[in-house]
Ligand binder design. Structure first.
Ligand code: SF4
Ligand code: SF3
Length: 548
């Protein structure tokens, strides 16, 4: 076994990637990512104590976020980026240690390996990395819970990073991440301790998603109902993917008047519905489908592509020189756009000049799809929605958010959406929607049958909508609403979304296309028993169960 990773839904045989990742992650990268997590745990052992004493550091907060975010599935494949960060991380850890010794000499941080190890050469780091992987955690149930918590933290870090880019910070969220990372170094924690910490991760996850919702809507306005163009124009273009709206804003501002058009890909689709972006004439619409189509679609786009977060598929040589990464995204040999310095915008001039030399995008499709059904917009339609429920025109809502991915069983979600009775409405968020957002499912009295709240983090919007409906119908329990949850997961942001839903007491969620491979049989049973979480079955069986 040259690596071990089971953090995403496509892990080999739903048990673990041991030779190379299905995602394309090589063993040396997988192992060094494990060492990155080990490093931020060591930092957190000290920073957690300093945070409690009021000696907080934004630099530490952002470093810890980076370590979590960059190790998320399909974010960063560059071993040397991680080695460089780990060196910096060890210096940061030792500085924090000295600072703590000065301000609170009585506090004894447990001298666990995370707090003391050191390596600076590539060989020494690689030798260390293979000793700190997932399987080093024993026994199985403890490993399962600890890893689930780390995956939740990775999702939390990604969302918090995007919020931070918009100058929205929540120290409580950062404190929680560091406190939790510090706790995870403790080998005396019991299953009960870790179950409680899992739910707490979900609770703070709601707070992190709210932070990003506040950041996005506070900066760019509330998404509004929008018909998004799927076709192309005959100017050269830049394609922007991922989740970071600050990058979107700066790219649109810098491309204005250059003759270069801008298109969204995958999880950037919801940017089309924000008032602040709709005003740009050269913002043409959305190109293509969800992330895993990029090998074909990036090829055909012809122009440069900006990846602002996961999911990056290892690029083909034929278009690799057109792939630009930023934030936590990285791939050896691809260009990287550095972070903002002193609040100045990022410099996208290299992409713009590159685009000018490229052909316009090849047309993939034509037409339009609806977007913009985030909480503010839906609540403006609340009377119409409530009347439709009361009159029986809408019988049930199906929350079908989450992730998309490559494998054939995900056809289930297309078939499920198509098979739903005509008096049902799908509430969606995340790239899972691409399995059904181009089907012609019609509308109910002018309300489209697929209401797209936005990116995966906008699952927060779906929760807000559910809570508002609960109040409108005078219900005590959100589980009494005619809403069913049929969630698709792939990477760790979806893990956070799931933990957030569980922490809100939402029961009877169906999760697919498989339950996570990182759940040990006992841990899976605890979740199934306490939350009625179920795997998906066949479309017919599930429809029957949901409609009962
Ligand atoms: Fe395998 Fe997923 Fe890990 Fe990639 S991220 S190595 S596919 S489990
Ligand atoms: Fe998709 Fe990667 Fe998860 Fe934000 S882009 S939902 S998989």
């Amino acid at each position: 076994m040259s690596m071990f990773c089971y953090q995403c839904q496509e892990t080999v045989n739903n048990t673990g990637c041991t030779k190379v990742g299905v995602c394309g992650k090589k063993p040396d990268v997988a192992n060094i990512q494990d060492l990155m997590i080990h490093t931020i745990k060591g930092i957190s052992l000290y920073s957690n104590e300093l945070n409690k004493l009021g000696h907080r550091s934004e630099e530490v907060d952002h470093f810890v976020l980076y370590g979590l975010f960059a190790t998320i599935t399909n974010a960063n494949f560059d071993k040397f980026v991680f080695m460089d960060k780990i060196r910096k991380g060890l210096t940061m850890r030792d500085n924090l240690k000295q600072q703590l010794a000065k301000v609170a000499p009585d506090i004894q941080v447990p001298q666990r390996d995370e707090a003391t190890w050191f390596a600076d050469t590539e060989d020494a780091m690689e030798a260390k990395a293979v000793t700190v992987g997932v399987l080093a955690m024993e026994p199985e149930d403890i490993r399962s819970l600890k890893q689930m918590i780390i995956y939740g933290l990775k999702g939390m870090a990604a969302y918090t990073h995007h919020a931070n880019n918009l100058n929205y910070e929540d120290p409580q969220v950062d404190d929680f991440m560091q406190e939790t990372l510090a706790k995870l170094t403790d080998n005396t924690l019991t299953v009960d301790d870790l179950v409680a910490l899992t739910l707490e991760t979900g609770r703070v996850g709601v707070q992190a998603m709210k932070l990003l919702d506040d950041a996005n809507t506070g900066s760019y306005g509330h998404p509004e109902i929008t018909k998004v163009n799927l076709g192309v124009r005959d100017n050269p273009g830049i394609l922007i993917s991922g989740h970071d709206l600050k990058d979107m804003e700066e790219l649109l501002a810098q491309t204005k008047g250059t003759g270069v058009d801008v298109y969204t890909h995958s999880e950037m689709l919801p940017a089309n519905s924000y008032p602040a972006f709709k005003k740009y004439d050269h913002f043409v619409g959305n190109y293509g489908g969800s992330w895993w189509h990029q090998n074909v679609e990036f090829e055909k786009f012809n122009g440069p592509i900006l990846l602002t977060s996961n999911c990056l598929v290892p690029p083909r040589d034929s278009y690799k020189d057109r792939v630009y990464n930023t934030n936590a995204v990285g791939f050896p040999g691809c260009a990287f756009i550095p972070d903002r310095v002193d609040g100045q915008p990022k410099d996208f001039s290299a992409l713009i000049e590159h685009a000018k030399k490229c052909d316009p995008p090849e047309e993939l499709e034509t037409g339009e799809i609806y977007g913009g059904f985030a909480h503010h917009q839906v609540l403006q339609l609340a009377d119409k929605v409530i009347d439709a429920v009361k009159s029986g025109a809408i019988k049930r809502f199906f929350v079908m958010g989450g992730c998309d991915a490559r494998q054939n069983p995900r056809k289930y979600y297309t078939d499920f959406a198509a098979a739903l009775p005509k008096d049902t409405v799908i509430l969606t968020a995340g790239c899972a929607k691409y399995r059904y957002n181009k089907l012609d499912l019609g509308d109910i009295g002018g309300i489209p049958r697929v209401l797209d709240a936005g990116q995966c983090n906008d699952s927060y919007s779906l929760v807000q909508i559910a809570l508002a409906l609960k109040d409108a119908f005078g219900l005590e329990d959100v589980n009494d609403l005619p809403i069913s949850y049929n969630i698709a997961w792939y990477e760790q942001k979806a893990v956070l979304v799931l933990l957030a839903l569980l922490s809100l007491g939402i029961k009877n969620i169906h999760l697919g296309p498989t339950l996570p491979g990182f759940l040990s049989p006992n841990v899976a049973q605890v979740i199934v028993d306490n939350f009625d979480l179920a795997p998906i079955g066949t479309v017919d069986e599930d429809l029957q169960a949901f409609m009962q």
